[in-house]
Design a protein around this ligand. Structure first.
Ligand SMILES: [Zn+2]
Length: 75
C-alpha cells in the first residue's frame, strides 16, 4: 500500500509534501493523513503531514490536493 498522495496532479511522498508546504526539504516526515477540512480557496480536499524542519521543531502542515493553498500550525 502506497502512502503517497496525488497533490496538484502529481504523486508526492510525505517528505515531498512537507517540502511543498515548508519551501525546503524536512529532516523527517510522518505519513500523510486526511485533514477533516476543506480548502478555503477552492473547497478541495486537504491533507496533512507532520514533519521536522529542524531537530528542535515539529510542525503539522496542511495542503490542498487541488490548488496551491497550504498552511502550518505555526501560522
Ligand atoms: Zn484548494
Amino acid at each position: 500500500m502506497s502512502e503517497n498522495r496525488v497533490v496538484e496532479g502529481r504523486m508526492v511522498t510525505p517528505a515531498k509534501l512537507a517540502e511543498l508546504i515548508e519551501g525546503e526539504a524536512p529532516m523527517d516526515a510522518e505519513e500523510i493523513a486526511d485533514a477533516d477540512r476543506e480548502c478555503p480557496d477552492c473547497g478541495g480536499s486537504v491533507i496533512s503531514v507532520g514533519y521536522m524542519p529542524s531537530v528542535t521543531e515539529f510542525v503539522t502542515g496542511y495542503k490542498c490536493q487541488d490548488c496551491a493553498w497550504s498552511e502550518t500550525d505555526r501560522d
